[in-house]
Design a binder for this molecule. Structure first.
Ligand SMILES: *[C@@H]1O[C@H](CO)[C@@H](O)[C@H](O)[C@H]1NC(C)=O
Ligand SMILES: *[C@@H]1O[C@H](CO)[C@@H](O)[C@H](O)[C@H]1NC(C)=O
Ligand SMILES: [Zn+2]
Length: 436
């Protein structure tokens, strides 16, 4: 090896290391405080601060039944002013983390260590979190293993030109135009457990077919494990808690749009999304100005006359959110949707004691405008559309450790399986009954 080549290797090594160090600088010295408001007025006060200070990131606003208190994430230069307010109003608080980057770093290392044990395209869903590129490689390998049952379609490109792939799973009986169950995940980048769960569902339907044949007898399943490919990749490489897309906005200071506020049904209402690019729920300049929401729209419309059940996987909070998000009134077949959600929630309750809340998103959480389930019901005429907020994990709710994947996805599968069976029962058509 010439000395130049050696120098090259050394420089490359330094660069790689530098790259990692940079990634670990993510959230350097960011503080997390847990607040224990004593009454409603303290709670309201904290909520008001969160609105006035976009830099005070209010987490887990009592979203989950397991939340002990409210958590607030602040940049190092904001910590003093937050503490001043807390003391002034005698709000009980506790420092949970002095430097969030240490947690991000530890989790990154844990994931890398676990991942080193597997060779693509085979992956162990329970053994690590995978990148969009790795997930695509895995998807592409499935039609070779299941030529009669798995089909990968390339539905479009992300803003940064990543291929957006969708897997169709059938039972291979060759019957065309069965009704469809469509599942998507990772519309929000940081919600890593969602694509893991989508992969687990794929493996249940393909590798564990014997136990799940009833789910595929009269239905095809269409699964898109990563919608927000660019944001998801960015949350792996740069910023663990990134939520939005990576397409620049008109504001040079702010990148990214909230995909789940970008759908073209009741888009841009004042109450449920933000026109401000610095806001985490930025709706975009127009409905569907993001290539990734266009792809989900195209799938919903493509399967529109066969699509009975659309399930969008998010985290966290243990919610089954039904339309509408944009208004307090209820959609025409709300009762059927509640019946499906009830079947899922009860199945989970009896399996693990996991508690889900279910109802219309507007009533249960907050108003949302331009979300995908409203579009699915409002425009694509999908019978049942549900946003599933998977259980919290880890420190911030979005960040379960690898060792928690199994518990979360096996519990969630009990719920999804029960919901799918309820849909199949509810919407049994003449055609299906005759085939028996
Ligand atoms: C972001 O937008 C939402 C919806 O309009 C609004 O309720 C919220 O207060 C905004 N957040 C901040 C930090 O401005
Ligand atoms: C949804 O239903 C309405 C009313 O029946 C119909 O006009 C519309 O074309 C349908 N949309 C799709 C995408 O099929
Ligand atoms: Zn989400």
């Amino acid at each position: 090896m010439t000395s130049y080549a050696l120098l090259g290797w050394v420089l490359l090594g330094l660069l790689l290391q530098f790259d990692c160090i940079l990634a670990w600088q993510d959230y350097k010295d960011y503080k997390v405080y847990e607040l224990q408001p004593h009454d409603d007025s303290q709670l309201q006060l904290i909520r008001k601060w969160a609105q006035e200070h976009p830099d005070w990131d209010l987490l887990g606003s009592r979203r989950s039944h397991n939340d002990k208190g409210l958590r607030v994430l602040v940049a190092p230069n904001q910590a003093e002013s937050l503490l001043k307010q807390l003391r002034a109003h005698r709000i009980e608080h506790q420092l949970l983390s002095d430097d969030l980057s240490l947690l991000v770093k530890a989790q990154r290392e844990d994931n890398q260590r676990n991942k080193a044990r597997f060779t693509l395209p085979l992956i162990d869903v329970l053994g690590a979190f995978y990148t969009h590129a790795e997930i695509n490689e895995y998807l592409d390998s499935l039609p070779q293993r299941y030529p009669q049952r798995a089909l990968v379609k390339h539905f479009g490109w992300s803003y940064e030109r990543r291929p957006l792939k969708v897997l169709t799973i059938t039972n291979g009986d060759g019957r065309a135009n069965k009704p469809v169950i469509f599942i998507d995940a990772a519309m929000h980048a940081r919600e890593w457990i969602a694509p893991s769960f989508a992969l687990y569902i794929i493996q249940q339907l393909l590798d564990n077919y014997a136990e799940n044949a009833d789910l595929l007898k009269d239905y095809d399943w269409v699964i898109m494990p990563v919608v927000n490919a660019d944001g998801y990749e960015f949350s792996h490489t740069d910023s663990r808690y990134w939520r939005k897309t990576r397409k620049p906005t008109w504001d040079p200071e702010n990148i990214g749009t909230d995909l789940n506020r970008n759908f073209g049904y009741m888009w841009g209402l004042e109450d449920g999304a933000s026109p401000d690019p610095s806001n985490e729920t930025y709706q975009g300049e127009h409905a569907f100005d993001q290539p990734e929401s266009q792809v989900v729209r195209d799938i919903l419309l493509h399967y529109s006359d066969r699509l009975t059940f659309y399930l969008s996987l998010h985290s966290y909070g243990n919610y089954l959110l039904l339309p509408w998000g944009h208004t307090s009134s209820l959609p025409p077949n709300f009762d059927e949707m509640m019946q499906v959600a009830d079947a899922g929630a009860m199945a989970i309750l009896y399996a693990t004691n996991g508690i889900y809340s279910y109802g219309s998103g507007y009533h249960l959480m907050y108003a949302t405008s331009g979300d995908s389930t409203d579009y699915a019901v409002g425009v694509a005429n999908v019978s049942v559309a549900i946003t599933m907020e998977l259980p919290a994990g880890g420190f911030m709710g979005f960040d379960p450790w690898v060792s928690h994947i199994e518990d979360i996805v096996t519990e969630s599968w009990v719920g999804v399986r029960a919901m799918a069976l309820e849909v199949i029962k509810l919407y049994q058509t003449e055609a299906q009954t005759n085939v028996n």
